[in-house]
Write a protein that binds this ligand. Structure first.
Ligand code: NDP
Length: 250
């Protein structure tokens, strides 16, 4: 590795699987100290062990991004264990391809908005005050989706939620740009993770991958690489961006 993230302290939500877990491994290998959050204890603790076994620095905080108290706890642990927070990858998210809008349960809408939008909101609310206090500023990366730019069928709450993630990203970037905080979003295309396992099996993911110029799904590491660059100083003039990592969809 190149030491791209040497001395960076980076919080990652949704680190127990998929893109977040790939980011945790990559960021630690690039020299970062990582503070990992998700709900599944065993997966998260095993990942921390694995990173430490490779001489990386990692700590796990079990929690739910929809809980402001849980998110506050992650930020506190970053301060207690590593003395602060230089970057954050707000990546936890969930969506289910299911029913037409008029047949979607209100509870499904609530759950999808809670995890994807409220989750990012909770992160911003607790990360930004710390980054302002630190004077060294910081860098935040939120995980949106191609569904944050255009709609595909039977995904209305997820489409709305990922559009909102781009909105929060742009708003925060505009507000804090002159105060040393950069905020960007990844427009993630179809990626092989637990999220897409079901639809890959049933064949419903194929049309999405087919839309990509590269005609394939991403490996989670390909998304993590873009997140690493956005968390690093190499992207110092990039903020408010909706950065496509989608094999050419948007
Ligand atoms: P995974 O299901 O593998 O990962 C999702 C992660 O989010 C898990 O670590 C999960 O951990 C965590 N998570 C979910 N809900 C919560 C919660 N309430 N609190 C804390 N953590 C939570 O899927 P991906 O890696 O694919 O998803 C990562 C992000 O990428 C999501 O925001 C997703 O919307 C986005 N994305 C994915 C695409 C794809 O094709 N895979 C395409 C576009 C965007 P746990 O269950 O342990 O809490």
């Amino acid at each position: 590795n190149s030491g791209l993230l040497r001395d960076k302290r980076i919080m990652i939500t949704g680190a127990s699987s998929g893109i977040g877990a790939a980011a945790a491994r990559l960021f630690a290998a690039e020299g970062a100290s990582v503070i990992l959050m998700a709900r599944r204890e065993k997966l998260l603790y095993d990942l921390v062990e694995e990173i430490r076994a490779d001489a990386g620095r990692a700590v796990a905080v079990i929690g739910d991004v929809t809980s402001p108290a849980d998110v506050e706890q992650v930020v506190s642990v970053a301060v207690e264990r590593f003395g602060g927070l230089d970057a954050a990858f707000n990546n936890a998210g969930w969506g289910s391809r299911g029913t037409d809008l008029h047949e979607t349960e209100d509870s499904v809408y609530d759950q999808i908005m809670d995890v994807n939008v409220r989750g990012v909101w909770n992160c911003l609310r607790h990360q930004i005050p710390l980054m302002l206090d630190q004077r060294t500023g910081g860098t935040i990366v939120n995980t949106s989706s191609t569904a944050g730019l255009f709609a595909t069928g039977a995904l209305a709450p997820y489409v709305a939620a990922k559009h909102a993630v781009l909105g929060l990203t742009k708003a925060a970037a505009a507000e804090y740009g002159s105060r040393g905080i950069r905020v960007n979003a990844l427009v993630v295309g179809s990626t092989r993770t637990e999220l897409t396992e079901g639809s890959v099996r049933s064949g419903t993911k194929r049309p999405v991958a087919a839309r990509a110029i590269q005609h394939r799904m991403a490996d989670p590491l390909e998304i993590a690489e873009a997140a690493a660059w956005l968390c690093s100083d190499r992207s110092s003039f990039v903020t408010g961006g909706a950065v496509p990592v989608d094999g050419g969809c948007s």
